[in-house]
Design a protein around this ligand. Structure first.
Ligand code: UDX
Ligand code: UDX
Ligand code: ADP
Length: 472
C-alpha cells in the first residue's frame, strides 16, 4: 500500500519544484512524489492534458509517464506534509522590495510561511530539504521555527538546484554535481543526508554527489551564479574595450577560452545577462557581505551587477547616438524580449531595460518575440516605466512577426539570440525600413558583413565600429 512507500512532498510547483520532482518520480518508481502549491491555477495546469505551466524539452514526457502513478500535483498542502517523510521547499524567494535590505536581501516570506505550515501540521519526524536559493544561515533559522512547535523532530538539509532554463531536464538527468549540505557532525543529520544521497543515487554516479556542511552548500549556490555572471560581465567589459581599440570580442573570447584553466563557456558578450537568478543571487551575496561588515568584498561582488547595468546602458546609448543623437518619434523594431533564447521567461531580461530607456526617450517601439506572451511584455514594461499604460500604448506596439515589427522602422534591435533571427529575409526587411537602415545586434548572432553589403549600418557588441555609425 501507499503508506509503506517512501513519500516525498514538494512545496512550490514552479520552475524548480515541477521539473525536479518530475525527474525524481521518473528515476525512482518506488517513491511517491506529491507536488503542492497555493496556486490552484498552477496545479490545474500541471494536471492538464494540454500545456504544462512550464515548457522544457523532455518535461512533458516525464510528467505524462509518471503522473497519477507516483507523481501527483495537488493543493492539499497539509495532507501532503502530513504523510511525507521528506519535504522539499521550492517556493520563490524574490529580492525584498521594501524595508530592511530592500533591493538586496532575499524576501523569505514564502519560505517562512511554508516552514510555519510544516511546523503546524507535522506529527512525525521529517527531513526538510531547501531547494530554493536562500541566504546563508536560512537552514538554521528555519530549524528554529520548526522546533519551536516541539511536536516532532526535523532535519534541515540544503540541496541547491543548478538547472538552467531550457535545459532543465538534461541538467536534472545528468547533473555536473549534486550538492547536499547537512549536519554531518550529528548521527541524525548524517542519516538524513544519506537518505537524500540514496534518492539521487538512483541515477547520479556516487562520485558526483557531494556532501558538505549546510553553510558551504548554501553559499556554493550563490557563488556558482556569481562566477557565471562574472564571466559575462568580464567579457562585456572587454567588449567596450574592443569597440574602442578595433579588436573583435568574439576573437578575444575564443583565444582566451582555449586556455583550459579558463574554459570557453559563458564568454559570449551580450547586451547583458538576465534571468531570475543571477542578479538576485549576487545582490544576496552583496547583502550578506555587508551585513558581516565586509564592505570591500560586497563592493567587489556588486560590480558584476553594476557592469551588467552599464552594458545595457551602453547599448542604449549606441542606439541613440547612432540614430543621430535622437530617437524621439522614431520607430524601432525590438527583436526578442525573453532573457535568453528558447524560453518565454522574461524575468530580469535585458530587453526590459532597453525598451524602458528607449520609451523614456519617446521612441516608438514595435516588439516581436516568438515565445513571450503579449500580456507579459506589457506588464514588464509598465512595471519598469514611470509612464502609465495609456501613455505607453501610444509608444509601443507588439507584432506577431519580425517583418511586421520592421515595417517602417529606422532600426532593428536584437535583444534575444533566437535562432530564427539568423534566417530572416534581410533584403525584404531592408526594403520595408526607413533609410539609412540600422541594425543593433545585442547578441552578435547576425552576419554583419553580409548585412553591410546589403546596405545596413550595423552595430554589434564588441566589434570594430561601422565607420558610418555616429559615435561619441
Ligand atoms: C601566469 C600565467 O599562468 C601564464 O599563463 C602567463 O603566461 C604568465 O602569468 P605565472 O606567473 O608563472 O604564470 O604563475 P601562475 O601559475 O599563473 O600563478 C600566478 C599566481 O597566482 C601565483 O602567485 C599563484 O600562487 C597564484 N594562484 C594561482 C593562486 O593564488 N590561486 C590559484 O588558484 C592559482
Ligand atoms: C542560471 C544558471 O546557469 C543556473 O545554473 C542556475 O541554476 C540559475 O541561473 P538561467 O538563468 O536559466 O540559469 O540562464 P543562463 O543560461 O545561465 O543565462 C543567464 C543569462 O546570461 C542569460 O540572459 C544569457 O543570455 C546570459 N549569458 C549567458 C550571456 O549573456 N553570455 C553568456 O556567455 C552566457
Ligand atoms: P522558482 O523559479 O524558484 O521555482 P517560481 O515562482 O517558479 O519560483 O515557483 C514558486 C512556486 O511556489 C509558485 O508556484 C508559488 O505559488 C509557490 N508558493 C509560494 N509560497 C508557497 C507556500 N507557502 N505554499 C505553497 N506554495 C507556495
Amino acid at each position: 500500500g501507499s503508506t509503506s512507500r517512501f513519500q516525498i512532498c514538494c512545496i512550490g510547483a514552479g520552475y524548480v519544484g515541477g521539473p525536479t520532482m518530475a525527474i525524481i518520480a521518473k528515476k525512482c518508481p518506488t517513491i511517491d512524489v506529491t507536488v503542492v502549491d497555493i496556486s490552484q491555477r498552477r496545479i490545474d495546469a500541471w494536471n492538464s492534458e494540454a500545456d504544462l505551466p512550464i515548457y522544457e524539452p523532455g518535461l512533458k514526457e516525464a510528467v505524462m509517464n509518471t503522473r497519477g502513478k507516483n507523481l501527483f500535483f495537488s493543493t492539499d498542502i497539509d495532507g501532503a506534509i502530513e504523510k511525507a517523510h521528506m519535504i522539499f521547499v521550492a517556493v520563490n524567494t524574490p529580492t525584498k522590495k521594501d524595508g530592511l535590505g530592500a533591493g538586496r536581501a532575499a524576501d523569505l516570506t514564502y519560505w517562512e510561511l511554508a516552514a510555519r505550515r510544516i511546523a503546524k501540521v507535522a506529527k512525525s519526524p521529517k527531513i526538510i530539504v531547501e531547494k530554493s536559493t536562500v541566504p546563508i544561515k536560512t537552514a538554521e533559522a528555519i530549524l528554529t521555527v520548526l522546533n519551536a512547535s516541539g511536536k516532532t523532530r526535523f532535519q534541515v538539509l540544503s540541496n541547491p538546484e543548478f538547472l538552467a532554463e531550457g535545459t532543465a531536464v538534461r541538467d536534472l538527468e545528468s547533473p555536473d554535481r549534486i550538492l547536499i549540505g547537512g549536519n554531518l557532525k550529528d548521527e541524525d543529520g548524517t542519516a538524513a543526508v544519506e537518505k537524500l544521497v540514496d534518492i539521487y543515487s538512483h541515477w547520479v554516479p556516487r562520485e558526483r554527489i557531494i556532501t558538505t556542511n549546510v553553510w558551504s552548500s548554501e553559499l556554493s549556490k550563490l557563488v556558482a551564479n556569481f562566477f557565471l555572471a562574472q564571466r559575462v560581465s568580464s567579457i562585456n567589459a572587454v567588449s567596450a574595450l574592443c569597440e574602442s581599440s578595433g579588436a573583435d570580442v568574439d576573437e578575444v573570447s575564443t583565444a582566451v577560452g582555449l586556455d583550459s584553466r579558463i574554459g570557453s563557456k559563458f564568454l559570449k558578450a551580450s547586451v547583458g545577462f538576465g534571468g531570475s537568478c543571477f542578479q538576485k543571487d549576487i545582490l544576496n551575496l552583496v547583502y550578506l557581505s555587508e551585513s558581516m561588515g565586509l564592505k570591500d568584498i560586497a563592493e567587489y561582488f556588486h560590480w558584476v551587477v553594476k557592469m551588467n547595468d552599464l552594458q545595457k546602458e551602453r547599448f542604449v546609448s549606441r542606439i541613440i547616438h547612432g540614430l543621430f543623437n535622437t530617437v524621439t518619434g522614431k520607430r524601432i523594431a525590438i527583436l526578442g524580449f525573453a532573457f535568453k533564447k528558447d524560453t518565454g521567461d522574461t524575468r530580469e531580461s535585458a530587453a526590459i531595460s532597453v525598451c524602458q530607456r528607449l520609451v523614456d526617450e519617446r521612441a516608438h517601439l514595435d516588439i516581436y518575440d516568438p515565445k513571450v506572451e503579449e500580456s507579459q511584455i506589457w506588464q514588464d514594461i509598465s512595471t519598469a516605466s514611470k509612464m502609465d499604460r495609456l501613455e505607453l500604448e501610444k509608444l509601443i506596439h507588439i507584432s506577431s512577426s519580425p517583418y511586421g515589427a520592421a515595417q517602417g522602422s529606422h532600426a532593428l534591435v536584437v535583444c534575444t539570440e533566437w535562432d530564427e533571427f539568423q534566417d530572416l529575409d534581410f533584403e525584404k526587411i531592408l526594403s520595408i525600413m526607413e533609410k539609412p537602415a540600422f541594425i543593433f545586434d545585442g547578441r552578435n548572432i547576425l552576419n554583419h558583413e553580409y548585412l553591410r553589403k546589403l546596405g545596413f549600418v550595423v552595430y554589434a557588441i564588441g566589434k570594430p565600429l561601422d565607420p558610418r555609425l555616429n559615435v561619441v
